[in-house]
Write a protein that binds this ligand. Structure first.
Ligand code: CO8
Length: 259
């Protein structure tokens, strides 16, 4: 499928890579780009060969936020009536395969929120994260006020949301927003290696693991632990569990069949 604002490719036949591609606007997330991103994510999610998805931008920007030009003249009626944001932004939450954000440069506003919607973030050492909406007279609108405190705690989230300041990759790693920081020229190697590793595991165990970790942020601890236990039990009905454990016991590599 031909896209205008993103590019897609596969890596090692197992990983779907989506590159945000509006470099002149620092990958500002226009409604049209978000529609394409949703289509690409759904296509990779439905593709049996793909086990993991990576979303990335370019050296200067992962994404500098929602497209301010597109939003500038919107009224309350426009955004409320048309449910601006949720319609196209929530696609990513429904993707069952893991999605890694490989972030270099700016990840601001909706760009930071998009990265946080991914399952984890690998950052280049030049990455900068922030929720600068306050400077525009608005607040984060794609989950930033909820996901940022869950990732970095209330104190730092309040600091970032209320001042609009940026935090660099080192601060973001120390705060728990990103899982690893790597040199800029190693970003894609690192993200693709992680994605290929994940793609090599049993698909059902991977999807169950993702679902369970996400539960930790959605309900009570007791509900999450019970949800995890049920899926843990269910995985013993899969051939992949037999294969994985037999391979370990017999000191050989596992050959998962996603069954
Ligand atoms: N939207 C539209 N265009 C943008 C955006 C943006 N978010 N960010 C940068 N651009 C454009 C600039 O206008 C400029 O275009 P031009 O060359 O035509 O003038 C070009 O990208 C390059 O930008 P700069 O010249 O400003 O580059 P600098 O290196 O000087 O500065 C910055 C980089 C600091 C990132 C600066 O561009 C900036 O502050 N950008 C805005 C960041 C921001 O405020 N983001 C939050 C936007 S609001 C938001 O995301 C709300 C999310 C709500 C949920 C989603 C709803 C759909």
């Amino acid at each position: 499928m031909a896209y205008e604002f993103i590019t897609t490719r596969t890596e090692g036949e197992k990983v779907g890579v989506i590159t945000l591609n509006r470099p002149k606007q620092l990958n500002a997330l226009s409604p049209a780009l978000m529609v394409e991103l949703g289509q690409a994510l759904k296509a990779f999610d439905a593709d049996e060969a793909i086990g993991c998805i990576v979303i990335t931008g370019n050296e200067k920007a992962f994404a500098a936020g929602a497209d301010i030009g597109a939003m500038a003249t919107y009224t309350f009626a426009d955004v409320y009536r048309d449910d601006y944001i949720t319609r196209d932004w929530e696609t990513i939450g429904g993707i069952r395969k893991p999605v890694i954000a490989a972030v270099s440069g700016f990840a601001l506003g909706g760009g930071c929120e998009l990265a946080m919607m991914c399952d984890f973030i690998i950052a280049a050492d030049n990455a900068k994260f922030g929720q600068p909406e306050i400077k525009l007279g608005i607040i984060p609108g794609a989950g930033g006020t909820q996901r940022l405190p869950r990732a970095v705690g209330k104190a730092k989230a309040m600091d970032l949301v209320l001042t609009g300041r940026m935090m660099d990759a080192k601060e973001a790693e120390a705060a728990g927003l990103v899982s690893r920081v790597v040199p800029l020229d190693k970003l894609m190697d690192e993200a693709l290696a992680a994605a290929l590793m994940i793609s090599g595991y049993g698909r059902m165990a991977v999807m169950a693991a993702k679902e369970c970790v996400n539960k930790a942020f959605e309900g009570t601890l007791a509900d999450g632990v019970m949800f995890e236990r049920r899926l843990f039990h269910a995985l013993f009905a899969t051939a992949d569990q037999k294969e994985g454990m037999d391979a370990f016991v017999n000191k050989r590599p596992a050959a998962f069949k996603n069954q």
